[in-house]
Design a protein around this ligand. Structure first.
Ligand SMILES: Nc1nc2c(ncn2[C@@H]2O[C@H](COP(=O)(O)OP(=O)(O)OP(=O)(O)O)[C@@H](O)[C@H]2O)c(=O)[nH]1
Length: 423
């Protein structure tokens, strides 16, 4: 591009206007009277002949004509400038553009002329439309989501949460936004563990947690979230999704219960209590200094008679009644399970023989003293025999201990029942 001609102080204003990067047009009697270089370019004209003398309304979109012409007429008869207005226009090549216009009244040869300046807003408007569409798409997704999308800032204040939160936590999104996310965690240590994991790794997937509903109920959730960083790489909060997994957790707990509990008594089932014995045994393997540990096998005496006399329903009630008595007498750390039939196994961590005998006697006498209601109005009494074995370093496997307890139980039965023997 050759350097433009220098302008002198006495050059006519039109020469100055030619250099102006803003588009300037002079309108006289509704027609284009003058257009500077920038205006020619903006309106797609290769020479001023394509613009001069043309009616302004030729360039204005039909739906915007009324508004634009009213604006120009207002300017003609008034003092001062017209505030900016945006309208759709067509260039000489037929391309649609969006122009922002300000105009001012300028008398030309005694007639009312208009000096108008334009800015091309097409890109900005297109960007606004795209942004609006993006925003609408985001809102649509947020409104239909079942999981909860959320964003917190570096201080842990909830800055956004989608409407699904109402179903999950019972609060509306508006009730939550602006509040610390910590308000909705029943245990702050769980939230601190989450934040530490996100800060450390930058993200977490399926992180287990719990939240507190508006009605006070605690729900299980699974969180997948990313750390947000500002332009300087500073931690700026988190953004992610959490899902209510209470039903799944309840199902898992129920499956776990079914897999480990005895249906009739609610105690640990045979497999679970034998696993517990095995674990206690393994913990002591190779350790001479291990804590003492005893196993008690308890078997109801002449239980068959209960069944034969009162029926199986009554027999079941006795099994449940005895289970409750043993449970009530157990201490923290003791484990009790039903081995099968009318036989129970009690594991006493840390108990030596003397303590085990004492515990066994306590149970034996409590069962003997109890009246167990088997059907409304009918109480029966029941006794049990107990065989004890204590862990010995020489035991090769856990079944050795069980066999000793079983032999002791056999002796208790053989010696008249309702007694405790050790083996
Ligand atoms: N009601 C009920 N009875 C059961 C259950 N499991 C086993 N039994 C009964 O328990 C009784 C066990 O009888 P036995 O093995 O002869 O033992 P016992 O009558 O207690 O006699 P001793 O052990 O020698 O004192 C049988 O009648 C079984 O049918 C149960 O889940 N419910």
């Amino acid at each position: 591009m050759p350097d433009p001609e220098p302008i002198s102080a006495s050059s006519p204003p039109a020469t100055w206007l030619e250099r102006l990067p803003a588009s300037v047009v002079v309108i006289l009697d509704g027609c284009v009277h003058y257009a500077n270089q920038a205006a020619l370019k903006l309106l797609g004209a290769t020479s001023s002949d394509q613009l001069l003398g043309r009616i302004v309304s030729d360039f204005v979109h039909p739906l915007d004509q009324h508004r634009v012409l009213a604006r120009l007429q207002w300017t003609e008869g008034s003092e001062g400038s017209n505030p900016p207005t945006e309208f759709r226009a067509y260039t000489c090549t037929g391309r649609q553009v969006v122009l922002a216009m300000t105009s001012n009244h300028v008398p030309i040869d005694g007639r009312g002329g208009l000096l108008a300046a334009f800015l091309d807003m097409t890109e900005r408007v297109a960007m606004e439309v795209r942004l609006q569409e993006t925003d609408q798409n985001f809102q649509r997704i947020m409104n239909t989501m079942q999981d909860v999308f959320y964003r917190t800032d570096a201080q842990g204040i909830t800055r956004y949460v989608c409407p699904a939160v109402k179903n999950v936590l019972g609060y509306s999104a508006e009730e939550i936004m602006g509040r610390p996310a910590a308000d909705f965690y029943p245990d702050q240590r769980e939230r601190e563990a989450l934040v530490a994991a996100v800060r450390g790794n930058g993200f977490v997937h399926d992180f287990p947690g719990r939240m507190k509903r508006k009605d006070g109920r605690i729900i299980d959730i699974s969180i997948s979230t990313n750390a947000l960083r500002d332009e300087q790489g500073q931690y700026a909060g988190v953004e992610g999704i959490w899902r209510d997994i209470t039903q799944r957790k309840e199902m898992e707990r129920e499956l776990e219960r079914l897999a480990t509990r005895d249906d009739l008594t609610g105690l640990a089932n045979r497999r679970h209590i034998l696993d517990a014995l095995e674990r206690a045994f393994k913990r002591r393997e190779g350790r001479h200094d291990a804590m003492p540990f005893c196993a008690l096998i308890m078997d109801l005496d002449h239980f068959k008679r209960i069944n034969d006399t009162y029926g199986h329903v009554a027999g079941d009630a006795v099994l449940r009644g005895v289970a409750r008595i043993v449970e009530a007498l157990s201490r923290a750390g003791d484990q009790i399970g039903r081995l099968g039939g009318e036989e129970f196994l009690l594991l006493l961590e840390g108990a030596d023989l003397a303590a085990a005998v004492e515990a066994a006697e306590r149970i034996r006498s409590a069962v003997q003293a109890a009246s167990i209601e088997v059907v409304p109005g009918l109480q029966v009494s029941q006794t049990l025999s107990i065989g004890i074995s204590c862990w010995m370093h020489a035991d090769g496997q856990s079944t050795d201990m069980l066999e000793r307890a079983d032999r002791a139980l056999y002796r208790a039965k053989a010696q008249g029942r309702n007694m405790v023997c050790n083996g």
